[in-house]
Design a protein. Structure first.
Length: 221
């Protein structure tokens, strides 16, 4: 979620920006950017970042500073993996701030929630499903992608509401009764968008999806 009102205390604004910047730097230096460029992944990655930022701008505002929109975190993570997922989602947050759809003062917290927490949760769901469930395309699509997208969306929504309530951005009654239910309902849209786009990419451009392997999910099934 991105925040369109200033509500965080100064110490949290500064600390969240420092922590998120350090994490991104540590992750970015561990990415083999040359290999990513030579494989053609980098071009797709950049295009997807701008597409996702544009998707975030398609939002519905419920109250002052309260909006809902699709995140696409699970889709992005399954397409590019954990490291590229975190760096890419962080750039989405930066673009949204530069375009004026989110306050720059909230950038550090937005990166922590949407990139670091979001991509980590999504990739953890994918790894758990891979380890404990059969290697099946429908399990990959409906458990990893569909369920994982909904779970991540509900988690980010809950954390966002807790932050908004703790620091007095809105009353708890407004957040819990009017805002949070819309966010939980939006998790179904998140899941359907994730599954729909992932199916298209797997069918027509499987090389774009880092987590998908024909020999693992389709051959011999």
């Amino acid at each position: 979620m991105d925040f369109t009102i200033a509500f965080l205390p100064d110490w949290l604004v500064i600390s969240s920006l420092i922590v998120s910047s350090l994490f991104i730097l540590l992750i970015a230096i561990r990415i083999d950017w040359r290999k990513t460029y030579e494989s053609g992944t980098l071009n797709v990655w950049f295009v997807t970042i701008f597409a996702l930022a544009a998707m975030w701008m398609l939002r519905a505002e419920i109250d002052s500073g309260l909006n809902v929109h699709v995140l696409g975190t699970m889709l992005f993570t399954l397409m590019f993996g954990w490291r590229l997922g975190i760096v890419g989602l962080s750039l989405v947050c930066v673009l949204i701030s530069l375009w004026g759809n989110s306050l720059a003062v909230n950038l550090g917290m937005a990166i922590l929630l949407n990139a670091l927490v979001g991509a980590t949760v999504c990739y953890a769901v994918f790894l758990i499903v891979e380890k404990f469930l059969p290697n099946n395309f429908y399990i990959y699509l409906y458990v990893s992608a569909f369920f994982g997208a909904a779970l991540n969306y509900c988690l980010i929504a809950t954390l966002s509401v807790l932050l908004l309530g703790m620091y007095g951005a809105q009353s708890w009654s407004t957040l819990i009764n009017d805002y949070l239910p819309f966010l939980y309902l939006m998790s179904f849209s998140e899941s359907f968008v994730t599954c729909g786009l992932l199916t298209i990419f797997v069918v027509y451009r499987p090389e774009w999806v880092f987590s998908f392997r024909d020999e693992r999910y389709l051959k011999g099934k």
